[in-house]
Design a protein around this ligand. Sequence first.
Ligand code: SF4
Length: 91
Amino acid sequence: MDRELRVDWIACEAFGMCHDLAPDLVALDDWGYPILPSPSEVAARAGDVQRIIDCCPARALSLVRRDGRTQGRRQQRSIGAVPHQGPRLRA
Ligand code: SF4
């Protein structure tokens, strides 16, 4: 089963530790946010991917199966989350 590495952009603090641990797997953009590997790279480097997930200080990384089911540790944080309702308009 293909898995995709995802980042919670709200939680990510742009510390860059994921890049420091696997610079050939995760690049950083101009603001220090990660540019994540493709599913085929994730499959080929499963050990390194799990290591950067475990070491992310913001717990912002997770593995998601291509069918949409989360496998990483981030799934607990989404339970009970209130979806964004968009801006409120004044009458
Ligand atoms: S280690 Fe975590 S917090 Fe830091 S840049 Fe990577 S995903 Fe973001």
